[in-house]
Design a protein around this ligand. Structure first.
Ligand code: NOJ
Length: 713
């Protein structure tokens, strides 16, 4: 029931004795195939019961070939591609002897200050559920017992993305109705698609740390959802129960965690030191320990660790496979979101240009573009934008590179003058800005989500050079880009795009490919708008453009009076900078002919909602068609719209496609005030379009008598 850290020196030397003595059933952070093989040999041949080890590693967005960060993968809105990426990562990791990954992270978050938003699949439970399932299927393969399958781990149950102030590890307070409607659905979807393991969050939920939260780990997870896999604690989080202040000592912490449903302790020594003694004292029911052990053993059998199929790890080949490289390139391409394209300045034409200026701290930063949680990726294999642009340019285009800053947090200096001078002498400026990898991820939260350092000043100075400026932003979170937008002609938001990010970006810039990424998270105008997300509630005083006043437009002569009297900020209005689902293309997609069948649906029936999508531009492109639904009158307030379906379609210029979504009436259900899950009869409105502001809508009804909440007869 103990997982030990193998990241110090040669693990067999210091873990061997514990494995022989049965004090270590799993390891984390051993990725050297020969060390893994030796540990497995010790476990199989020299431990009393001969039980092989679980070998865990954070394979979060690739192992050796690095995919875009999970938030970037979410921007592809492409479950098939996300699954292929996880499969590729599993194959690479399994070659090193790993059989368990701590992914996917399914925490819904609406707070870009939180560094772990980079690891998330965005703000929406439906999108995160579909992409989370895809990752799990990719990691776990056709069958867990296959030699290249990894056990996946859905983490961190639950509510971690709602930490106060976006500060990692802080407390979360979430009413159960929101927990069940927003935060838990991706975890339930994970259980339904067979995820092997789960990890509770570091944070507390409504006063009870998740590691010792019986409601989450036993009532919901096992009793309601029937999960029979393993719950592994987070790193040392059992012992941290003492720090939280819900356990008096480590024995108490072990008792709380194991009885709540945490089967295995990741690092830490509370279980090894105290479970035996707690049973001997009669404080802990031995059946609780037996059940946890049975779940761990079941996982080892499911993984085929007792069969010959899991033969010793062979180690990684000298180079990543072509297929891995192509999967990483395609994932990067589809993750990039075109936010602005005035002119249009993009795509660039090599034939019509003579000189391009490639400027900025992230133009040639092989490590930084890989993003957070990269332990096994080799920056030597990274293709940076500079390198890809130079190779595309061949002899036809002069490429002048000026980093201008040493890193993204740098200050203005002589590099700025050189950059401006280079911009003046070039036809176009390609400006690579953003955050370095270390500025997002676990414990890397920011209170200000603007561009770090003096990057905004660099943008301003380059704008004054008078040449078209294309900003390419690589970051681990949505950034507040309002001021940047005023000074550039185009923006490509590339997240941290991974090993092949530079290639994908260069191909998009020069029109070899067409941008098709869509935002998996709302972009605020300024950090004070957070949390701002598309599926908010309507309120009793919803805003509209006519009622919103800007602080700069308040008439100083007018007597002080009330302003607006609707829900908005005087200095930011009520609209985000870019809505959830948004993303431009080099072509235009038109939507029309929306329909719903039947207009009135009975509980248990299927409803089909569709529309015609046309590529009205001159180039081929891919569009992510999105379906949103609103329950117009509910027994409790319902979000103004919720994503209920999406589909990526490829359309040639002029091509039309009828896209249909089939929904069960269960897709209209939610947890009400009594927490029961039900679809309520009455009026619904559906919209189909290219983002969450879609205007093309249609109404339908769910038959039955609408509930009159709060009315008693
Ligand atoms: C802490 C993180 O919260 C978790 O997500 C990760 O899997 C473990 N450490 C192991 O590295």
């Amino acid at each position: 029931m103990a997982q030990r850290d193998g990241s110090h020196g040669y693990p067999p030397d210091y873990l061997g004795a514990d494995i022989r003595a049965g004090r270590c059933g799993a390891v984390i952070n051993v990725v050297d195939a020969s060390a893994v093989n030796e540990l497995q040999r010790i476990a199989r041949q020299e431990s009393r019961l001969g039980i092989p080890l679980l070998v865990g590693r954070d394979v979060i967005h690739g192992f050796r070939t690095i995919l875009p960060i999970p938030l970037g993968q979410a921007a592809t809105w492409n479950p098939g591609l996300v699954r292929a990426g996880a499969r590729m990562a599993a194959e690479e990791a399994a070659a090193a002897g790993v059989n368990w990954t701590f992914a996917p992270m399914l925490d819904i978050t609406r707070d870009p200050r939180w560094g772990r938003i980079a690891e998330s699949l965005g703000e929406d439970p439906y999108l995160a559920s579909r992409l989370g399932e895809a990752m799990i299927r990719g990691f776990q393969g056709k069958e867990l017992a296959e030699p290249d399958a990894l056990a996946a781990c859905a983490k961190h149950i639950a509510g971690y993305g709602a930490v106060e102030g976006g500060r990692d590890y802080a407390a979360t307070s979430i009413p159960e109705i929101d927990l069940r409607n927003v935060y838990l659905p991706p975890f339930q979807a994970a259980v339904r698609c067979g995820v092997a393991t789960m990890m509770p969050s570091f944070s507390e939920l409504n006063g009870v740390p998740a590691t010792a939260n019986r409601f989450l780990l036993t009532q919901v997870l096992r009793e309601e959802w029937g999960f029979d896999g393993v719950v592994v604690s987070d790193w040392d989080s059992v012992c941290q129960l003492c720090v939280h202040g819900t356990a008096g000592d480590k024995a108490h912490a072990a008792l709380l965690a194991v009885t709540a449903g945490t089967d295995m302790e990741m690092t830490g020594d509370a279980y090894n030191e105290h479970l035996g003694e707690l049973v001997a004292l009669g404080t802990l029911d031995p059946c609780t320990v037996d059940e946890a052990v049975a779940r761990i053993l079941r996982l080892k059998f499911r993984l085929g660790l007792f069969d010959a199929r899991r033969s010793p790890a062979k180690g990684l080949p000298a180079r990543p496979s072509r297929a891995a490289i192509e999967t990483a390139r395609l994932a990067a391409e589809q993750s990039v979101v075109l936010l602005k394209n005035n002119g249009p300045v993009l795509p660039l034409s090599i034939e019509q240009l003579d000189t391009v200026a490639v400027i900025g701290p992230l133009a040639d930063a092989p490590w930084e573009q890989l993003g957070t949680w990269v332990f096994d990726g080799d920056p030597g294999e990274t293709v940076t934008p500079l390198c890809a642009i130079e190779s595309l340019a061949g002899g036809h285009l002069k490429v002048r590179h000026v980093p201008a800053m040493v890193h993204s947090r740098g200050r203005a200096g002589p590099g700025f003058d050189e950059a401006v001078e280079t911009a003046r002498n070039s036809d176009v400026v390609l400006l690579f800005l953003g955050e370095e990898a270390i500025l997002s991820g676990e414990a890397h939260c920011r209170a200000d989500i603007g561009l770090p350092g003096d990057q905004l000043e660099l943008v301003r100075q380059l704008h004054s050079a008078g040449k078209p400026v294309v900003a390419v932003i690589m970051a681990g979170r949505p950034l507040a880009l309002t001021q940047v937008l005023d000074h550039v002609d185009a923006v490509l938001f590339a997240w941290h795009p991974g090993t092949m990010g530079g290639q994908a970006i260069a191909e998009l810039l020069f029109g070899l490919r067409c941008p098709s990424g869509k935002l998996p998270v709302t972009f605020p105008r300024m950090v004070g708008q957070v949390p701002i997300y598309y599926s908010q509630k309507n309120t009793g005083k919803p805003p509209s453009p006519a009622e919103v006043v800007h602080i700069d437009d308040i008439d100083p002569q007018a007597a002080q009076t009330s302003l607006g009297m609707v829900s908005f900020h005087l200095d930011a209005g009520y609209r985000p900078l870019f809505p959830f689902g948004f993303g431009l293309s080099y072509t235009q997609f038109h939507y029309g002919d929306i329909f719903v069948r039947p207009l009135e649906v009975s509980p248990g029936e299927r409803i089909t909602i569709g529309a015609e999508v046309t590529n009205a531009g001159a180039v081929a492109g891919e569009e992510v068609v999105q379906l949103y639904v609103r329950d117009v009158v509910g027994s409790v307030t319902r979000p103004v719209r919720e994503l209920k379906g999406f589909l990526r379609v490829q359309l040639e210029p002029g091509e039309k496609r009828r896209v249909e979504f089939a929904l069960d009436t269960d897709a209209l259900a939610f947890h009400g005030a009594d927490l029961r899950w039900a679809a309520e009869p009455g009026e619904f409105r559906a919209w189909i379009g290219g983002d969450s502001d879609a205007e093309l809508g249609v109404n339908f009804r769910l038959s039955g008598t609408p509930a009159m909440a709060g009315v008693t007869s």
